[in-house]
Design a protein around this ligand. Structure first.
Ligand SMILES: Cc1ncc(COP(=O)(O)O)c(C=O)c1O
Length: 403
């Protein structure tokens, strides 16, 4: 399908959902909270926010953001190369690189922009990009913008990747493998040990998007390499976001000193876009320091995820390929079931919007849960009970099958 047809279809689907009277998308959180309180709940308990370390309301982070606004300003007013550079940017980049075990890092205004700008910029006409079929839209956007051949390998199927590399590697200059540390819709991860072995054998580079794995995987939240006992220096490029575990807004690229230096002066998202805002930079830097000082948050988040996965499995829910790392979907038989379950959970005081059509295969509608270090066992058990209730109601109201 060409990109225009694809875009048109996506818009049609999006608008169709927006026309539903019970449209759950784009509703202001404040009004959902008010509704939950009015219905007698003591709070709206969200499983929809990727605040993995439970830092979204941390006073140390908001204080740092306020102080940055007061001392440096709300925005930086220019591209970093021509007046938009602030000391905070350099501090965050140095500490982030140290945390990730990379030689250097670059921070940008969004994780989406980092991926979309980087891939096409990095690869050329004679190169090959091999991308996991369930990669985030920003990774596909970057691949689409490149002039390279783009081939898609089956999700986490390294045998398929190997076959594609064996068939295509000889005919191209460079090969770039693109995948994620923790997949954002399915909560599963590639076998990094095997992936590194394959990419080294085929002399390819690896771009690992760690948007959902930083702060979540590895004993101290350093991501998939730490989880798998892999030296992070063996991965050529890691990208990610400051909007999830770091509870701020912005994106990053971590790589060798040489690569980052060249990106600093050439990457379109760096050269032609404004620098990160001071409050967002200070907030991310403070969150990073908290993550390093309080690794118990990573452990707590992990415990909560495992507990939730165990409960769902015991209760017979379809969790697909989720491994128990922060993102756990409950896959439902139809879009209608996803909407009904969403409404049941909401009426019980839990917020978990349905994911239908956009970003996932059409036949696998789901509710996607993000588990955080701040969830309590009671909240996790409570949402499981609500899911069960929704299942029972659906079973009672389902039309009887004609023999
Ligand atoms: C895997 C992945 N990469 C990149 C992004 C984009 O990050 P940002 O929100 O900083 O634009 C996301 C956001 O959801 C993501 O899930």
């Amino acid at each position: 399908m060409d990109i225009k047809t694809y875009a048109t279809r996506r818009i049609r689907h999006a608008v169709r959902d927006a026309d539903r009277p019970d449209n759950p998308f784009g509703v202001a959180l404040e009004s959902l909270r008010e509704d939950a309180l009015a219905a007698g709940h003591d709070r709206l308990c969200s499983f929809a926010h990727y605040d993995y370390l439970g830092l979204a309301k941390d006073r140390r982070i908001s204080d740092a953001a306020i102080e940055a606004i007061e001392s440096v300003g709300v925005g930086v007013g220019a591209s970093r190369l021509v007046g938009g550079e602030r000391q905070l940017h350099g501090e965050l980049e140095a500490e982030l690189a140290g945390f990730l075990g990379a030689e250097a890092a670059l921070v940008l205004v969004s994780g989406y922009g980092a991926n979309a700008s980087l891939i096409g910029h990095f690869t050329g006409k004679r190169d090959l990009i091999l991308i996991d079929e369930l990669s985030h839209n920003s990774l596909f956007a970057g691949a689409e913008m490149s002039r390279s051949d783009v081939v898609v390998f089956r999700h986490n199927d390294l045998q398929h990747l190997e076959e594609l590399l064996s068939a295509r590697r000889g005919g191209v200059h460079s090969a770039l493998i693109v995948t994620e540390g923790l997949f954002s819709m399915d909560g599963d991860a590639p076998d990094l040990v095997k992936l590194i072995e394959i990419k080294d054998r085929h002399n390819a580079w690896l771009l690992l998007d760690e948007a959902h794995s930083i702060g979540v995987m590895g004993a101290t939240g350093r991501g998939l390499p730490e989880e798998c006992g892999i030296d992070p220096a063996r991965i050529e490029i890691r990208t990610g976001t400051l909007s999830k575990a770091f509870t701020s807004c912005g994106g990053f690229i971590a790589a060798s000193r040489e690569v980052i230096r060249s990106l600093r002066y050439t990457l379109p998202a760096m050269v032609y876009s404004v620098g990160m805002t001071p409050p967002a930079t200070a907030a991310a830097l403070t969150a990073l320091r908290i993550l390093e000082a309080e690794p118990w948050r990573v452990q707590q988040q992990r415990e909560n995820s495992r507990h939730f996965l165990k409960r769902l499995s015991q209760d017979g829910f379809n969790v697909g390929t989720a491994q128990g790392y922060g993102v756990i979907p409950v896959i439902l038989p139809s879009q209608t079931a996803a909407f009904e379950t969403y409404h049941q959970l909401l009426s019980d005081g839990y917020y978990v919007p349905p994911i239908v059509q956009l970003g996932i295969p059409r036949d696998l509608p789901r509710l996607r849960f993000f588990l955080t270090a701040a969830h309590t066992p009671e909240q996790i058990d409570g949402v499981c009970a609500s899911l069960q209730r929704a299942g029972r109601i659906r079973a009672q109201t389902a039309p009887a099958k004609v023999a």
